[in-house]
Design a protein around this ligand. Structure first.
Ligand SMILES: [Zn+2]
Length: 171
């Protein structure tokens, strides 16, 4: 059996994760592709946006009043899709080589804020850099990102709705 260094094993783990088919919008390697090179979640948002836009367009061409909720749904879905694409870009950056110990500190802080509402790891970057090599850091960030990805996919639509209601909508 070939023996690999720990650093090489970390590289292999992340690279094999990256080698999976990934959604074109959210870039997640942890969700199966569904249709049109998108995961189920992104595909559903695209379909719902098309339906909502068609609904508004039909009402408009019939001279019917367009319910405020229909506009709200379109704005919320556009927000959700923009958020998916934005987090896809972040994920691409996280999984690429070259993460720093400070990046890992930020990820750990994100997790601790989510779990216990406190930044427990502020200032830990230097020690993390002494303990973990660059590929170990990339590996750990990959694991953390999987948790973030799972958590945010649950919350993304809720957040997009509240963004649309508060008015910062992407048109
Ligand atoms: Zn997706």
């Amino acid at each position: 059996m070939t023996s690999y260094s720990r650093e090489a094993l970390a590289t292999r783990f992340v690279d094999s994760t990256l080698a999976r088919d990934r959604c074109e919008w959210c870039r997640s390697p942890w969700r199966n592709l569904y249709r049109g090179r998108l995961c189920r979640s992104c595909y559903d948002k695209r379909t719902r946006l098309k339906q909502a836009e068609r609904f508004i367009s039909k009402l408009g061409s019939d001279g019917e009043p367009i319910p405020q909720l229909a506009h709200l749904e379109v704005r919320a879905l556009r927000h959700a899709i923009a958020n998916c694409k934005r987090s896809g870009k972040v994920l691409d950056g996280v999984l690429a080589p070259g993460s720093s110990a400070l990046d890992l500190e930020h990820d750990l802080d994100w997790l601790s804020r989510r779990i216990c509402h406190k930044k427990l790891f502020y200032g830990l970057a230097t020690q993390l850099g002494w303990i973990f090599g660059p590929e170990h850091i990339r590996f750990l960030r990959c694991l953390i990102r999987k948790m973030i990805d799972t958590d945010t996919s649950r919350r993304r639509m809720e957040r997009a709705r509240s963004d649309a209601i508060l008015g910062g909508a992407t048109e």
